[in-house]
Design a protein around this ligand. Structure first.
Ligand SMILES: C[S@@+](CC[C@H](N)C(=O)[O-])C[C@H]1O[C@@H](n2cnc3c(N)ncnc32)[C@H](O)[C@@H]1O
Length: 220
């Protein structure tokens, strides 16, 4: 068995998550997601939506929309379709849309973000917030985002990426075996999402708190 050290970084997480593990994890998370992770992720989510709002085009696909924490922040002229694997998370998003009367949310659908039923080039923007480290295959997620976004459109991610060294590296490695229970990969590396050629075209911006999250923007 090979061991990974700080100098031998691996891009694949140590534990794989499949769709059933994701559904099971977010069935558990749904009732306290907003009151737990909702807080620490709020600044970065707000910045990702602000960037989405600035981009041209109105057709927005939110991959892994979860409980819909971002939905009230889109400008009224953006038309949002949100998809998610978890029925329980989506139920909360639907309740939010009804409660806040968000008329620009066109649909919230139970659908796999790695293989959607949308036609090619159906959207101007696809955004995935805190989803890339959850999906079974981040590269398939990116490929699907590329397919459904029109040429010249935009792809955005905001996510936690594993540290390359230091105390956070050790904490993330220690948490990695619990990935299936947590419902995300603490040891998720940027390389698991972006190939070298994507990395060269991507804009990466550290996000609060303390650069824990990164906003990744890719032209399509
Ligand atoms: C950490 S939550 C993020 C939710 C939301 N984007 C936010 O900003 O709070 C991850 C979400 O991704 C969803 N998810 C994971 N894999 C997915 C997939 N393959 N297709 C659709 N949704 C997925 C989960 O069900 C969960 O709701």
């Amino acid at each position: 068995m090979s061991h990974t050290t700080q100098t031998q970084r691996r891009s694949e997480p140590v534990v794989a998550l499949d769709a059933d593990a994701v559904r099971a994890a977010y069935r558990r998370w749904a009732s306290f997601y907003d009151s737990s992770f909702g807080g620490v992720s709020a600044w970065a989510r707000r910045r990702a939506v602000a960037e989405t709002n600035r981009l041209p085009g109105s057709r927005v696909l939110e991959m892994g929309v979860g409980t819909g924490l971002a939905l009230p922040r889109y400008r009224p002229e953006k038309r949002i379709i949100g998809i998610d694997l978890s029925a329980e998370m989506l139920a909360r998003a639907r309740a939010r849309v009804a409660h806040e009367q968000l008329t620009n949310v066109s649909a919230l659908l139970e659908m796999d973000a790695e293989a959607t039923s949308f036609s090619a080039a159906s959207f101007d923007i696809a955004v995935a917030m805190f989803v890339a480290s959850v999906v079974p295959s981040p590269r398939r997620l990116l490929a699907e985002m590329r397919r459904v976004v029109r040429p010249g459109g935009h792809i955005l991610f905001v996510n936690h990426f594993a540290a390359e060294s230091g105390p956070r590296w050790w904490v993330e490695r220690a948490l990695a075996p619990a990935s299936r229970k947590l419902g995300w990969h603490p040891d998720f590396a940027l390389e698991a999402l972006l190939r070298d050629e994507d990395r060269g075209r991507a804009t990466l911006r550290p996000m609060p708190p303390f650069g824990l999250f990164t906003l990744v923007q890719l032209p399509n």
